[in-house]
Design a protein around this ligand. Structure first.
Ligand SMILES: Cc1ncc(COP(=O)(O)O)c(C=O)c1O
Length: 425
């Protein structure tokens, strides 16, 4: 699904990049005398000062377990309720449909076990070969129960999902279709609304991994009508945690594995043990950041949700300009192969995440040399294992991944291109 264009271009203003960068203390660092350039957003983003402050403040003044008959425990309950409401606005759902967890992988294993309890041998689950392994292995494990896994292919030339193949694999035995919103390796954005429609038509559930998409495009679980959607706050400027949206009816009727004293109320029946309260305080502050960004971009917005959407409009315009410059620059480097969408007519189907290989250089060597000069990139498969295996780069060290988010600048893009050319030149 393409990233939505702004509702009205005239109603939105450009991203205030000076303000944005002033919010993130980590961006001011230097490495070996070079300014640190964070192109590792797909692995995890930096956080604004208010997230750091909220975590410290919680630990300083309100550190307590939940449900106690005293002030700091009550404050903790209130704080968590506020964070749930905020994430509800981020994803466009109600607070009781928001489940907090350690990370996306743990939440997905929890759901795959609970859903697996209801499945019979011969039931089918459709996955994709484009996905991060966290949206693959937790489902594949259900083969132990006789569940049949069917994996939809991707097109090797542009790393887009083969929708025809996926549609052909969804049938009367399909019980769930799991799909990534955007690829953390090559940046392709999938038409998850259409995947959800195909699942619904077959009477199957849909499970969307929005981890990579969340910093780049607006998420609306109501409009998608997906059954579940997962994301990780540390990929969109929050602390290291995962968040699951589940349709209320499923959170109520599915049976989680849980300890007896834990409540049967939703969403808490899906949250086991004591959560990372300080990080939940950080999640609320992270959504506050999104809100302020949106209100600065479009002062007329009235609700938090509208502000979040306005932030996405501003971010999208900025990321798009950097994306165009980056792709043109990368393709001009001799011996460089860029994986994924290269055709400008299809740029709305990708985000600013680039997987490249350069003749005669391993991704590790490139990432190391770039790192010494302050450019933080990644090398390897980043757990998109089916993809690197099928493209036959797994045995060659995978890709070099360069990931842009909204706090990156055109100057950083130019600097990366110049430094990479120098290294391979
Ligand atoms: C697309 C995608 N899905 C899932 C994950 C796993 O997320 P987590 O680290 O929260 O388990 C990642 C992490 O890189 C990812 O990029």
């Amino acid at each position: 699904m393409p990233i939505a264009e702004p509702a009205s271009a005239s109603a939105s203003t450009a991203l205030d990049l000076t303000w944005v960068r002033s919010q993130f203390p980590a961006l001011a660092q230097t490495i070996n005398g070079y300014p640190a350039v964070f192109l590792d957003g797909p692995g995890g983003t930096q956080v604004p000062q208010r997230v750091i402050d909220a975590i410290a403040d919680y630990l300083t003044r309100n550190n307590a377990n939940t449900g106690g008959a005293y002030q700091t425990s009550r404050n903790t309950d209130l704080m968590i309720a506020g964070a749930r409401l905020a994430m509800g606005d981020f994803l466009n759902c109600d607070a009781d449909e928001i489940v907090f967890g350690a990370n996306m992988t743990s939440l997905t294993y929890a759901l795959s076990r609970a859903i697996g309890r209801e499945l019979e041998p011969g039931d089918e689950i459709v996955l994709t070969l484009l996905d991060h392994d966290a949206n693959f292995s937790p489902w594949k494990t259900l083969e132990e129960k006789g569940v049949v896994i069917r994996a939809a292919k991707f097109k090797e030339d542009d790393c887009t999902l083969d929708m025809q193949d996926l549609a052909a694999k969804v049938g009367s035995r399909t019980r769930l279709v799991a799909v990534g919103y955007a690829s953390n390796a090559v940046g392709t954005i999938q038409n998850v609304a259409e995947v959800g429609r195909l699942a619904r038509q077959a009477g199957a559930l849909s499970y969307v991994d929005a981890v990579h998409y969340a910093p780049h495009g607006p998420i609306d679980v109501r409009a998608l009508d997906c059954d579940f959607l997962v994301c990780s706050t540390y990929k969109f400027f929050g602390p290291h945690m995962g968040v699951l949206y589940g349709k209320r009816e499923h959170l109520k009727t599915l049976r989680p594995y849980k300890v007896r004293p834990n409540t049967d109320n939703i969403p808490n029946r899906w949250e086991w043990g004591t959560l990372n309260h300080e990080c939940i305080a950080g999640i609320k502050a992270c959504v506050d950041y999104w809100e302020e960004l949106g209100r600065r971009a479009r002062p007329a917005v009235t609700t938090r949700r509208a502000a979040i959407l306005a932030a996405h409009d501003a971010i999208h315009q900025h990321e798009r300009k950097m994306l165009e410059k980056m792709i043109a620059g990368l393709l001009a480097i001799p011996g460089l192969k860029l994986y994924g969408i290269k055709d400008p007519r299809c740029f709305q189907e990708r985000c600013a995440t680039f997987a490249v290989r350069i003749d005669g250089h391993t991704p590790l060597e490139l990432a190391t040399k770039l790192g010494e000069r302050g450019f933080f990139t990644w090398d390897g498969n980043y757990y998109a294992l089916n993809l690197t295996e099928q493209l036959d780069v797994e045995r060659l060290g995978g890709f070099l991944r360069i990931g842009l988010v909204h706090y990156n600048t055109m100057e950083e893009v130019e600097g990366l291109l110049a430094t990479l050319s120098e290294i391979v030149g």
